[in-house]
Design a protein around this ligand. Structure first.
Ligand SMILES: Cc1ncc(COP(=O)(O)O)c(C=O)c1O
Length: 391
């Protein structure tokens, strides 16, 4: 596993590389995209081999179910996360964005409100709005350790009764905050008090750094089972988002029946390559690959934080997981547009614009560190140059 090996992504129809100009105005032959949450690493050999077997078999017809893959998903949750979902409670969708959209459709009426903790993965708000629901933001605070913290007191005081669902990213995107058991219990209790369905998106749960402990919501707060919908996928962990497969696990029979009636009506059935690559990923070889990946990502986060600290006033929020670093540029006192111009036009670096993450992201940027160390160092050198005049 050589994560330092530079691989050419430009011209390979990778959204992050091919559409950076259209989406974020990043141009030039030396442009360095650091936005979409895809990594610049080749997939684990076990995944490539499984896909190759299918590609060369000549057999791509309807296949007879996804039982083995569902068992592999359940087994991964058992062995990696200590969570024992019943395979009979697991459904599959076209990735987790699709799963979120389907859940909103299944569990909300137009006009209902969905609580999200901002700044957060921009597609949460996009999906909520597309589902004709209202976005109810609960802005995160930055605590004494410089990490995001929930503010459930302020949220409690603002509740109107229109809220029907809470959608949480656990660990959090951006900055990889790993929510503690106490915080998860507080979220569960909040949902119980206000009769909310809890959509817990754990797509990033495999990318937790050594020394940190992520506890899946069903283990942290078993009392939430009757209202809990779990969203998981191999896509972020193994860099296979293009194969579009995510899993939705619902233990409660009534909630699951509501979800089932929608996915049956829409004929949501997983794609062959999604099934095959997910099953291959959730294997002993896949586990060894992730075990090598997370220390590499943690070191990228350390190198990045050190480089950002060289720009007076700036810090990269301390990360506990993921490759999605968060830098608030507001201490520089510059308008957002000036920050954006310096980063995207002068430094030719393409992070995800903070304002799209909601309240708290007004003058921030999210940098994707799921790339070779040399690219992280290169990005830092250019950023330091772009802000060299800052005292
Ligand atoms: C928290 C979170 N949920 C869902 C997704 C989207 O997942 P998918 O690519 O499977 O649609 C992402 C992608 O970055 C994410 O960060």
């Amino acid at each position: 596993m050589d994560f330092d090996r530079l691989t050419e992504r430009a011209g390979t129809h990778q959204l992050k590389w091919s559409e950076a100009e259209r989406h974020i105005g990043l141009k030039g032959p030396d442009a360095l995209p650091m936005w979409v949450a895809d990594m610049d690493f080749d997939v684990a050999p076990v995944i490539a081999e499984a896909a190759e077997r299918i590609a060369t078999s000549g057999i791509m017809g309807y296949f007879s179910g996804d039982g083995e893959m569902t068992e592999a998903v359940a087994n991964w949750m058992r062995t990696r996360h200590g969570w024992f979902p019943d395979p009979a409670h697991i459904r599959h969708t076209y990735g987790l964005g699709n799963a979120i959209g389907l859940c909103l459709k299944a569990f909300c009426q137009p006009g209902d409100e969905v609580i999200i903790f901002t700044p957060v993965y921009m597609e949460f708000a996009v999906k909520i709005k597309k589902g004709q629901c209202g976005v109810k933001e609960s802005p995160l605070r930055v605590g004494a350790e410089g990490r995001f913290e929930l503010d459930l007191e302020t949220l409690e005081a603002s509740m109107t009764g229109r809220e029907k669902v809470m959608l949480i990213s656990s660990p959090h995107n951006p900055a990889g905050r790993v929510w503690t058991v106490a915080e998860q219990k507080a979220l569960a209790a909040f949902c119980s008090r206000h009769d909310l369905i809890l959509l817990c998106d754990e797509i990033h749960h495999d990318l937790v750094f050594a020394g940190e402990r992520h506890v899946p919501m069903p283990i942290a707060a078993p009392e939430a089972t009757e209202r809990l919908v779990m969203l998981t996928a191999a896509s972020k962990t193994f860099n296979i988002a293009g194969n579009r497969l995510g899993s939705v696990t619902i233990e409660d029979d009534t909630l699951r029946a509501r979800f089932d009636s929608l996915i049956n009506a829409l004929d949501i059935k997983p794609n062959l390559f999604g099934v095959v690559t997910t099953q291959a990923a959730y294997s002993a070889e896949g586990a060894a690959w992730v075990d090598a990946l997370t220390p590499y990502l943690a070191e990228n986060a350390r190198v990045f934080a050190e480089g950002i600290r060289q720009i007076p006033g700036l810090t990269s929020m301390p990360m506990q997981s993921t490759y999605l670093a968060w830098v608030d540029f507001s201490p520089l006192g510059m308008p957002y547009e000036e920050v954006r111009r310096r980063i995207v036009e002068d430094a030719r670096i393409g992070p995800s614009p903070g304002p799209s993450f909601g309240t708290g992201g007004e003058c921030a940027m999210r940098f994707n560190l799921g790339t070779q160390r040399a690219r992280v160092e290169h990005a830092l050198a250019r950023l330091q140059e772009a802000f060299a005049d800052v005292q």
